[in-house]
Design a protein around this ligand. Structure first.
Ligand code: SAM
Length: 246
């Protein structure tokens, strides 16, 4: 999986890429991240990359020239053409399903805005995906770019040590994850649920599925699909064609 990040603040990515699982994935060649300094494509003595908005208003706007020149520099890099991802709070909200879609594109060019935003003509000239990491406004697209890189990279086969860790986690089956416990067995009067100590993997699996459904109903009912399989049987609920058949 290849990411190219177009940013005015390349230094922000240093520790992100040099620590923990991300650094390992880069070292193993599972993930390639190229940070493109947009300032390097700016013209003039001051290499200005932003200017005041036409029509007035607060905040500076990233000029199209440097960003488009930076995007042009990517096409010569070879491999599949990148999907250009314009990071903006006005974009399509990122979720796990969209992360899987992005994984399938194999090469993403992430355009980080700053200040008041980016000149509209950049996304018109380089159509791709306008993407938001949530309904709030950050100072720039760098933190959203890191969120995209990390969420998509985790789906690259081999990125995580155990395949299990992807399968049972939150959103993997459209549900929140079941609660986790580790040592000690009792902490400040709170005991680990007995079933998790039982060694009965069938019961443990059922407990986790029940908890995942319960927590999702309580915290994120919007995620629940009315046709979703019941935690007990893993089959469709009664009333559905599959449920009645059994
Ligand atoms: N004035 C813009 C608006 O009202 O939509 C917000 C600009 S924001 C301060 C600067 C840059 O941060 C944006 O161009 C975008 O690249 C990035 N950004 C901020 N919040 C974001 C979010 N929730 N998702 C994706 N990108 C975001």
């Amino acid at each position: 999986m290849r990411f190219e990040v177009l940013t005015l603040f390349p230094g922000l990515f240093a520790s992100f890429l040099n620590e923990s699982l991300m650094a390992k994935a880069v070292a193993r060649g599972l993930v390639t991240v190229e940070i493109v300094d947009v300032r390097g494509f700016a013209q003039g003595r001051h290499r200005a990359a932003d200017d005041r908005p036409f029509g007035g208003g607060p905040g500076m706007v990233l000029m199209p020239g440097p960003l488009c020149a930076a995007l042009d520099s990517l096409s010569s890099a070879g491999g599949p053409a990148p999907l250009v991802v314009h990071l903006t709070p006005a974009g399509r909200p990122l979720n796990q399903a969209l992360c899987r879609e992005l994984l399938s594109r194999r090469r993403l060019a992430l355009v980080c805005g700053r200040y008041g935003g980016v000149d509209r003509r950049v996304s018109e000239l380089y159509p791709g995906l306008e993407l938001s990491v949530g309904d709030y406004v950050l100072n720039g697209g760098e933190v959203p770019a890191m969120a995209v890189i990390e969420a998509v990279s985790r789906l690259v086969p081999g990125f995580l040590g155990e395949k299990e860790s992807l399968e049972s986690e939150t959103f993997s089956e459209g549900l929140l994850g079941a609660p986790l416990y580790t040592r000690p067995r009792v902490f400040r009067g709170l005991a680990v649920p007995e079933v998790l100590l039982s060694g009965n993997h069938r019961e443990i699996d059922l407990y986790r599925r029940r908890e995942a459904h319960r927590l999702t109903r309580a915290g994120r009912p919007d995620l629940l699909d009315p046709d979703m399989a019941s935690p007990e049987t893993g089959r469709e609920p009664p009333g559905s064609p599959e449920g009645d058949a059994g």
